[in-house]
Design a protein around this ligand. Structure first.
Ligand code: DON
Length: 319
């Protein structure tokens, strides 16, 4: 379906209605294992749709900056598939859902320390170690750069969020050493863990998140700047990973009920991609047990349903 098939009035109304319906929704708790995330006001709620032709529709706190967290995994994945090719990446990290929480050590134990998915912490740390870089600074510069290319504006890291994460990321450090033991990390393990922690600590708005998703929806070209960020063929691999593991242990439920590739972060962000059409992003800090924002899931699901975007919807014949 061409992007123009959905009128701007329908999109505008869908965004405003989803915000209105879910802004008072209760349930969930801010992530508190990263202390600074526990201090973000829980009432914040932003919604945004960005289309492949560069239109932006917002409601609520869509310009509030929050921590990108696990959503960062998507963009580093894109960078590394570009550099290494999809087959080398598949062999070195893996592309299957783990069926376990995002920070699971058990998932590693069950697969001889192979991380399986680039969208869980272990796989993301392994993916970072595959960035073709001359040193740590170059690795970080490329990762920050690709986030900015997806967003269409320079992205920067919050020193305060990074400090809070670095002071508490013991589990991720353990995961990095397990990866080293299993042969699934391809640079210094603590360098990869440090850069992983930084890439989670960058600041985005809900609008940025929607534009980042719209860059994927647009075949890898940023709809605002025209920059070709990743190849169209590689977008398919990234979206497949989002569909398999994007909302962790809820990914099956999400595919069943919404039907769009998506990615969440413990900062409260969520982005879903309707290929060739648009991206829907939402942000609100309280999370469910799996680590996904309660209000963001509700808003994104409602917009996807209203605009009939689910990828598994079969169009009727001869009607
Ligand atoms: O490594 C962590 O645990 C966090 N920096 C990111 C985890 C995350 O966002 C999981 N997403 N829902």
């Amino acid at each position: 379906m061409a992007p123009s098939a959905i009128s701007t009035d329908r999109i505008k109304k869908a965004v405003v209605d989803a915000h209105k319906k879910h802004k008072s929704k209760r349930g969930g708790k801010n992530a508190s294992y990263i202390p600074i995330l526990g201090q973000v006001p829980s009432k914040l709620f932003g919604v945004c749709v960005a289309t492949v032709d560069g239109q932006i529709f917002t409601a609520g706190d869509a310009r509030y900056e929050f921590a990108l967290e696990s959503i960062s995994k998507v963009f580093t994945l894109g960078l590394v598939i570009e550099q290494r090719g999809p087959e080398q990446f598949r062999g070195k990290v893996g592309v299957d859902p783990t069926g376990h929480p995002f920070n699971s050590v058990l998932a590693l134990e069950l697969h001889n320390d192979k991380p399986m998915s680039p969208l869980v912490n272990a796989g993301a740390i392994s993916t970072i170690s595959l960035v073709e870089a001359i040193d740590a600074e170059d690795r970080w510069r490329q990762i920050l750069g690709v986030q900015g290319d997806f967003a269409g504006r320079p992205i920067s890291m919050s020193e305060a969020i990074n400090a809070s994460e670095q002071a508490t990321n013991f589990r991720n450090r353990a995961i990095a050493w397990l990866l080293r033991d299993g042969g699934y990390i391809y640079c210094d393990p603590m360098e990869a863990c440090d850069i992983y922690t930084r890439q989670c600590s960058t600041l985005v708005t809900t609008v940025d998140l929607a534009v980042m998703g719209a860059t994927l929806a647009n075949g890898g070209s940023n709809p605002l700047t025209g920059t070709k960020v990743i190849a169209r063929a590689n977008v398919a691999h990234v979206l497949a990973q989002m569909a398999m593991e994007g909302v962790y242990t809820r990914s099956g439920d999400w595919a069943y009920t919404v039907g769009l590739p998506a990615k969440s972060g413990v900062g409260g962000g969520l982005v879903a991609v309707a290929p060739g059409q648009l991206a829907i992003a939402a942000f609100s800090p309280p999370l469910d047990e799996a680590g996904n924002s309660v209000r963001a899931q509700a808003a994104v699901a409602q917009i996807a349903h209203t605009l009939q975007l689910g990828l598994f919807n079969v169009p009727p014949r001869n009607e």
